[in-house]
Write a protein that binds this ligand. Sequence first.
Ligand SMILES: C[S@@+](CC[C@H](N)C(=O)[O-])C[C@H]1O[C@@H](n2cnc3c(N)ncnc32)[C@H](O)[C@@H]1O
Length: 208
Amino acid sequence: MNVEDYILSHTDAEPEYLAKVNRATHLKLINPRMLSGHLQGRVLSMFCKMIQPHNILELGTFTGYSALCMAESLPENGILHTIECDDELEDFIKQNFSASEYNDKIKLHIGDALQVIDKLDITFDFVFIDADKREYLAYYEAVLPKLRSGGFILADNTLWDGKVLQKVENNDKQTIEIMRFNDFVSSDNRVEKVMLPLRDGLTIIRKK
Ligand SMILES: C[S@@+](CC[C@H](N)C(=O)[O-])C[C@H]1O[C@@H](n2cnc3c(N)ncnc32)[C@H](O)[C@@H]1O
């Protein structure tokens, strides 16, 4: 048994409806690795149970897996806004949301994250950044004013397959921008931060 299997065997099982989303994503889409998956999904769910947010914002829905994990803890009047730019995913995402008990608590926005954020006049308690890696810093600056003091941002893929530690090619915009985001956040006094080596790197940011 490897360490990942050991961790999973001592973590809550993936709920059946999420396992179905996971399987269907692997069957139907070419890049299923983008989905958060069992361990990170349980971590997102647990963080939301700890923080108890009313308003959650997600950038990068993909097939809806992480949105569903975060929605698990939403109270009666809580809502999760999730933004996805790929309109070809819309039907699949909606199918996955309606097969869950959280459909009424999730609002899907199809469009470019930065444009949609600009139009949302909402104060968020929790933001999950997981869309275009080249835009992480722009996302951060766009969501920080909409985050309440004491609220949290989680940024996914901040280790970017270890590429942040290696020599970067000039044309590797994703790695360059993830590194720029990491460097900026680490010296930003408006927030507290800790980077976790979970999966592909998960940075937790708390607005002061
Ligand atoms: C890593 S996947 C998200 C995975 C999902 N959060 C999960 O954990 O299951 C990134 C998603 O962001 C979307 N995306 C990329 N650029 C975007 C943009 N500018 N605005 C909104 N969504 C974007 C992609 O189409 C893709 O579906």
